[in-house]
Design a protein around this ligand. Sequence first.
Ligand code: URP
Ligand code: ZN
Ligand code: ZN
Length: 459
Amino acid sequence: MIIIKNGKVVTADKTIATDVLIKGEKIAEIGEKLHVEGSQIIDAKGKFIFPGGIDMHVHLNLYFCNSYSENWDSATCAAACGGVTTIIDYAIQQKGHTLKEAVEGRMKDAEGKVAIDYSLHGGITDWNEKTKEEMNYYTKNGIPSFKMFMIYRKEGWMADDGILFSALEETKKTGALIMLHAESAFILDLLMERYHTEELMKKYGAYCHSLSRPCFTEYEAIQRAATWAKVTGGRVYIVHISSSEGAEILKKAKADNVNIWGETCPQYLLLTDEVFKKEKGHLYATCPQIKKKHDKEGLLRAIKSGDLQVISTDTCTFTTEQKDMWNGDFTKIPYGMPGVETMVPTMYTHLVKRHKLTLNKFISLISTNPAKIFGLYPQKGTIKVGSDADLIIFDPKKEMTLDYKKLATKCDWSPFQGMKLTGYPEITISRGEIVAKDGKFIGKIGRGRFVPRKAGGKI
Ligand code: URP
Ligand code: ZN
Ligand code: ZN
C-alpha cells in the first residue's frame, strides 16, 4: 500500500489538497489524513498529483520509410520517465491480410517488452466485407478505433472517399471511431513531385517538405472528412492536426453537430517550418509536416477554446543515423520524431506556464479526454476510487533545460532540444507500482498489459 500525502490532486474538474491511498493496482481512498499501518508514504508537499498521461498516438517498432522506429522496451520506459502511463499504438493491416493478423502480430511483438499499459487502434488499409466484419468484431472486443489514411498511395495504405464513407456508416451503427490521417493525396503527390528535382532539392533541402505541403493539403481533406461524417452520421477523429485552418473546420463541424474530435501534437504547437532551414533540418521531417507561425498560433487557440480536445505525440522515433539516409532527397527521410517522453513537461511549460491554461484543462488534454474518447475512462484518465493507480507526482518548480542526452529514449536528438522547462514529473506510478523516479526508469520491462477499450467514447 502507498499513501501519497500533502500533495494537490488535479483532475479535469478540480484541484484539491488531499491524500491518496493506493491498494494494489487501484486507487482505494481519497481523503484527508489517511493512515494505514505499514503503508509506504510518499510526501508530495509542494507537488501536484496528476492522472498518468495517455499518449493515444504512438508508433513503436514500426517499419516505415525503410527503417524501424524505436522499440517497445526503451520507448515505453521513456514514456514512464516522462509521466505517460498508457500508450495506444496501431495494428496496421497489410494488403491482402486480415486485421486479426495485424492485431495478433502487434500484440506478440509487444509481449514482454512493454513497461506501461498499452492498447491498440486498428489500421485499415484493405477495406472489404471481411474487414468490415472484423472491424465490427473488434469494436465489441476491446479495439473500437480504426485509423484510415487519406494519403500514402505508394505504400498501399490510402482509403479513398468511398471506403471512408462506408466505414463511417458502420461507426454510426456500432459506436466505433474512425481516426483519420487527413491530407489530400493527389495534390500532395503532385506537389511533392514538383519539388523532387535535383535543382530544387539542392536549393531548398529539407525545406522542400514545407514548400510542397501548404495548409490546403490538410484542410481540404479535413473538410471532406467532416462532410462525410455529417452526411453518414458517423464518428470521426482527426489525428495530428497541423494547420490552423484544419482546426477551424472542426470548430464549424462541431457547431453543426457532426461527431468529430481532433488532436494536435507538441511539434505543431512548439515549432514552425523554419526548423527545416537548420543545418540538421531534415531531422524534423514528420507527417504531416510542421507548418507556419500562424498555424502554431491557431492551434494554440483551438486547444484553449476546446475545438481540439487531445494532445498526443505521434511518436515515431528515428535516430540521426536513420534520418541521415535521406542523402539530400527530401522524399527519403524517415518521417517521424520522438515525443512520448517529453509530452507532459513540454506541454505543461507551454500551456500552463506560458499560456496560462488551467491545470484542469491541461489534465483533460493529456489524460481525461483521450481516456473518454477512446473508451478507457474511468479505468484510466482520472483520479477516482476504483480507477487504476496511474499517477504522476509532478514537481511544478523544477527548472531544467531539455537535453536529449538526459532522456531515457535511445534517440540521439530531440526536436525540443534546449527548451527551458518549468515543471517535470518526479515520480510515475503505473497500476500502483513506482516505475520512474527523477527521469530514471526503475520498474520492470514486460510488466505492461494490453488494455481492452469500450466503444462509443465521446466528450
Ligand atoms: O510521420 C509520422 N509520424 N509517421 C507515422 C505515420 C503517420 O502518418 O502517423
Ligand atoms: Zn498519420
Ligand atoms: Zn501517426
